[in-house]
Ligand binder design. Structure first.
Ligand code: ZN
Length: 680
């Protein structure tokens, strides 16, 4: 019988998959299986340090000279051995003996040193530098140490290293916070207020301040730390400019584990239309969308996003609606969906120490960011878009903060619901005398329901910054793109003697880059940056293949056709799919309206300018549109807000074309000015 063509088109075929990937165990007191013959032959010292350096990210060195007489650049593990010496994972000396056997005691000792003996001691564990192998056995994982000189194989080495790494992730480092202010810098007393115009403020009663004073204000729940230079005083009002880091600090030493508190969050678009998808859509169509889609053009992509922050987490929600019309006017179609991206359980282990009186000359910059990414999305129809979600500031301590920027990449053809979670630990660091240390560890789990092709990825840029507002600098930054890609191929036999086949392949890709954006570390050495694909369709720990015939999954996912479908993860030109991935390290362009403060407090009858931090390129402040939710509370004219009556409302600020929007919360207080009070 003849098969019905409509069945091929958009029949919803619900395929439910549920799976999770568990990494090797965690926690302490694990048993390391002793060598035996499992992993093949024994490792040389150079090979072991090569493995250790790769896992811990010690593979970039600073020294131009060979650090050992018997390890030259001809050695396959030269980078890791040089870096390990600089990071004191191994002792520097005359000779390293690279070809000697890696003994158990050497392996355990250098694994403990790779974690960082200072950090271990700081965490409160009793550690004796003379017996690090014993420390490993009693604190990290159990291993038979009766023959410390036994050589180890690759399988044992991998376990030794994994457990050490995991132990390091769980270390809580106590906080050391030393902040030496420059002479004359004052710490703000309670009651001082900086207005949302970024230029004026109100002094607390009874405190004496003078023009020229620099005032440091610690972070609050809704604002990062600030330092301002008082430029004028009139009664209780004053004018200010942002103070620079060098004017404010003589010395900074900030170390420890901090819970990341999200203090500011900005959504990239708020009920705004963004027409961003066409180029990526075309590219995706070229290799993994059905040919019938060639008739369609993407005419509109509406995206609205909202942001929720609380404590150490932030969640962005975007809804979009894509209208398509066929060029031959025969078919009209649309797609829509919702995307939720959350970054949760944020914790930062940081170290920043400056040279005395040279605040931007660091001795050490290290950041280990722990965070979970949760993405869930439901898509219907064909869509491909890069959706900027927004940014958030996470207060660490004093002038140290982390800026997170998030964007989502979506491409789908069909009906898809996906959710995935990744638990991540991102490490990047530099110390005087050593190179760049970097590593990224991620544990994914995915739920997936689809009858089609999909790409759903989130890119996160984490930027460790120091300073105040405009006068702030990136110390180190890293960009991570993770998500899920499902490639579906459907083939129908219209003559009717073969089943309709749907072949699906799913994998979780992961790419990252360190210091791709310029920062203090790349200012010191422009080579201290890095980018790589961690997982692709071949190496991903989550990989899945499904085969459906007439909408039923076949046994063993085998195709029963006499001439089966070849499912290739390649482009029509035969290139590997990853290599043309349009989302590969796209620079994150979050060019949106940023305000000095997203909350403004006014007295009744008072007027205040809105303080703009930045406006997207190609737009000017004078062209912005203002929309007041409750005009009884305030009104806005030319960027100046006037308080009409006590209450709270929201001012929506947009570019004239509606591409960029931001919201300012306005609270008008009753006029508290006391009668009889006279300004001096
Ligand atoms: Zn088949």
């Amino acid at each position: 019988m003849r098969r019905n063509y409509s069945k091929i088109g958009r029949t919803l075929c619900a395929v439910l998959l549920l799976f999770a990937v568990a990494l090797t165990g965690c926690g302490k007191e694990e048993d390391v299986a002793t060598s035996g013959t499992a992993g093949g032959g024994s490792l040389s010292r150079a090979e072991y340090i090569g493995m250790l350096g790769d896992r811990f990210g010690y593979d970039t060195y600073a020294s131009e000279a060979d650090l050992f007489t018997d390890v030259t650049s001809a050695n396959a593990y030269y980078s890791q051995i040089q870096a390990a010496a600089e990071w004191q994972v191994i002792d520097s000396g005359e000779a390293f003996n690279p070809d000697g056997a890696a003994t158990l005691s050497f392996a355990l000792e250098s694994a403990v040193r790779a974690v960082g003996t200072d950090d271990i001691a700081a965490s409160g564990a009793a550690i004796d530098m003379g017996s690090l192998a014993d420390f490993y056995v009693s604190n990290i994982a159990q291993i038979d140490l009766s023959d410390p000189e036994a050589s180890i194989d690759a399988a044992t080495a991998a376990q030794v290293i994994d457990y050490a790494k995991n132990y390091g992730f769980h270390l809580e480092i106590p906080q050391i916070t030393e902040m030496e202010l420059m002479e004359g810098v004052k710490t703000a007393q309670e009651g001082i207020r900086l207005n949302a115009d970024g230029a004026t403020g109100v002094l607390p009663a009874g405190e004496s301040y003078s023009v020229g004073d620099i005032v440091y204000l610690d972070a609050t729940d809704t604002s990062l730390a600030r330092a301002v230079l008082i430029t004028g005083i009139e009664g209780e009002s004053f004018t200010f400019e942002e103070a620079s880091l060098e004017e404010t600090y003589a010395y900074l030493n900030i170390q420890g584990s901090f819970e990341g508190t999200v203090v500011e969050a900005v959504s990239a678009s708020d009920g705004t239309n963004v027409n961003l998808g066409q180029e990526i859509y075309d590219e995706m169509k070229a290799y993994n969308m059905r040919s019938e889609d060639g008739d369609y053009t993407l005419t509109n992509l509406a995206n609205s996003a909202k942001v929720d922050k609380s404590g150490n987490q932030i969640v962005f929600t975007a809804k979009f609606d894509v209208q398509k019309s066929a060029s031959n006017d025969r078919v009209k179609a649309s797609s829509n969906g919702q995307l939720v991206v959350g970054v949760k359980n944020i914790r930062a282990d940081v170290k920043y120490e400056s040279e005395p009186f040279r605040i931007l000359s660091p001795k050490v910059v290290e950041c280990r960011l722990h965070f979970d990414t949760e993405v869930s999305s439901e898509l219907h129809g064909s869509v491909a878009a890069s959706i900027p979600l927004g940014e958030a500031y996470i207060q660490v301590w004093g002038p140290l903060n982390i800026k997170l920027m998030l964007t989502a990449h979506l491409g789908a053809d069909g009906n898809i619901s996906i959710s995935y979670t990744t638990k991540n630990v991102l490490t990047t660091g530099w110390r005087k005398g050593a190179g760049l240390n970097k590593s990224f560890d991620s544990t994914p789990s995915v739920n997936f329901e689809a009858d089609a092709t999909l790409t759903a990825e989130a890119t996160l840029l984490a930027d460790l910054r120091i300073g105040f507002k405009k006068a702030s600098y990136s110390l180190t930054n890293a960009q991570v793109t993770s998500g899920a890609v499902a490639v579906g191929k459907m083939e129908a036999d219209l003559l009717g003697d073969q089943p309709t086949c749907l072949d699906l392949q799913l994998y979780v890709p992961l790419r990252w880059g360190v210091n791709q954006e310029g920062c203090l570390i790349t200012d010191i050495n422009k080579n201290w940056k890095h980018s790589a694909v961690i997982w692709d369709s071949g190496s991903s720990p989550v990989k899945l293949h499904m085969h459906l015939e007439d909408w039923e999954r076949t046994s063993g996912d085998v195709c029963t056709r006499t001439d089966p479908i070849e499912q290739e993860l390649t482009t029509p030109e035969g290139e590997p799919l990853e290599e043309i991935n349009p989302f590969d390290f796209e620079p994150l362009e979050f060019d949106f309206i940023e305000l000095v403060s997203y909350a403004m407090y006014l007295d009744e009858g008072e007027s205040m300018d809105i303080g703009f931090e930045s406006i997207p390129e190609g737009y000017s402040q004078s062209d912005l549109k203002y929309e007041v939710q409750d005009s009884a509370v305030c009104s806005v004219s030319n960027g100046k807000v006037s308080g009409n009556a006590p209450g709270s409302t929201v001012v929506k600020i947009s570019t004239s074309d509606g591409m960029f929007t931001v919201s300012l919360a306005v609270t008008v207080n009753e006029d508290y000015s006391v009668e009889g009070f006279e300004e001096l």
